[in-house]
Design a protein around this ligand. Structure first.
Ligand SMILES: Cc1cc2nc3c(=O)[nH]c(=O)nc-3n(C[C@H](O)[C@H](O)[C@H](O)COP(=O)(O)OP(=O)(O)OC[C@H]3O[C@@H](n4cnc5c(N)ncnc54)[C@H](O)[C@@H]3O)c2cc1C
Length: 167
């Protein structure tokens, strides 16, 4: 639904191929109809190619739907192998009732559930764009520096107290 309505911003001719999903009903069907988006039910079996160009899709029923372009919604999965090895598991992210991907949970500074591990950018926020991913990197950098300052200070205080006790 979200993507069909997004594409409708750019083209008055949008067809939603339901493929193996549930056909929109109720309010969703009303929204698509109101925006002039054609809904085609049934699984897509293949592409129709003329010369070297896309001409449409062929449904399992044999019906051919003519198209100039075809968009397939994707799922975004953070490459989290390194983080998994540190004990962090990605969690599913839902949008409109659909799982759109997975990300590593973190607080606003990027701190994860594992002490000493911060995350920033798409690995922590699937929806982040370049500017927000970069800003999250700055936040995490500042938080990591603050953590190092606190660690240096804790070690210095211990050494200071030990030296004072010995004196
Ligand atoms: C199709 C598409 C279009 C987009 N268009 C826009 C746009 O127009 N404007 C916009 O602002 N944003 C856009 N974005 C979003 C933007 O790309 C991201 O927000 C941004 O790249 C996030 O930066 P990042 O550093 O978090 O992740 P990435 O840019 O994905 O960088 C992560 C890097 O880490 C590397 N990596 C992963 N695991 C390891 C490992 N174990 N060891 C070493 N390296 C590793 C990866 O190879 C990758 O290079 C778009 C994204 C996509 C997919």
């Amino acid at each position: 639904m979200h993507q069909a309505l997004l594409w409708r911003q750019w083209s008055p001719q949008v067809t939603l191929l339901v493929h193996r999903g549930a056909a929109p009903a109720g309010e969703e069907a009303a929204q698509l109809a109101a925006r002039g988006i054609t809904v085609v039910d049934g699984p897509v079996a293949g592409l129709e190619v003329t010369g070297d160009a896309l001409a449409g899709v062929r449904l399992a029923s044999g019906q051919v739907i003519a198209l100039d372009a075809l968009v397939v919604s994707t799922r975004m999965s953070a490459r989290s192998g390194v983080l998994r090895s540190l004990g962090l598991e990605p969690v599913d992210v839902e949008m409109g009732g659909h799982v759109v991907g997975a990300q590593i949970p973190a607080d606003p500074t990027g701190a994860t559930a594992v002490p000493g591990v911060w995350v920033a950018g798409n690995v922590a926020d699937l929806r982040a764009q370049v500017i927000t991913a970069a800003a999250a990197g700055v936040q995490a950098g500042a938080a990591i520096n603050a953590d190092l300052v606190a660690e240096d200070t804790r070690v210095a205080v211990e050494a200071h107290r030990t030296a004072a006790a010995a004196a």
